[in-house]
Ligand binder design. Sequence first.
Ligand code: DGL
Length: 265
Amino acid sequence: MKNNRPIGVFDSGVGGLSVLKELKRLLPNENFIFLADQLYVPYGEKTAKELVKLTSKITDYFIKHHGIKAMVVACNTATCSAIGELRKKYSLPIVGTVPAIKVAAEKTISKTVAVISTPSTSKSAVLKKLIKNYCGGFKIFNIGCKNLEDVVEHGELNSNEVNKLLLKYLQKVKNSKADCLVLGCTHYPFLKFAIKKIIKKPIKLIDGGRAIARQTGSLLANHFLENNEKKAGETLYFTTGNPVKFSKVASKLLRKNIQAKKAVI
Ligand code: DGL
């Protein structure tokens, strides 16, 4: 088995690109296959059972069609609900994405932390456990945000609709002592500018992108799976939805020309 096999990275949609960006930056000679499961976006309103089914299909697709050597679940929602099952079913190394509560706990001075995520992540036992383990005794705002991923799916990063939603979800945070806001959905780092504008006070926006890339690097090294080829790696983009629409939005978010293909899984 060769080490130049790609790493599979997926999300329900374009959000996972915020993680892919960090992976490519830290691991420039790795090859990546990015898949957006846009036929089923949003994941944030699905049950754990549905998410295990969808993510198993994606893993099968990555193994069968792309011979991946490792996988990154670039989605908090899928990680919180399905990664345990995926790790039981598949033997390949799998990296997950969970809200960066631990980092916020280390950085907060006011001992007040806010976390925004999808409705499913916000209710999940995984997030509740992270909060209990790292932020016990702190004031916490755990806010589930319906439809916030949708504006990013449409490439809207600073529209009236974005501002309206952010104002609704962040009103309490705005009027609190919170000095750290965890972005617990991989779509949200693309809204950093709009979030700062709404909150209007110094607040640290924390997402897990870089940490996930570092963790992927260590996992590859531990499994002797690093690609030692000297040339720059390649990334192929796929969506289960509309490739023209995906390519347009992804090109805007990554500020370069992306051409995606349709994946039938
Ligand atoms: N980007 C995803 C996450 O990190 C999910 C968005 C959605 O499909 O609801 O949770």
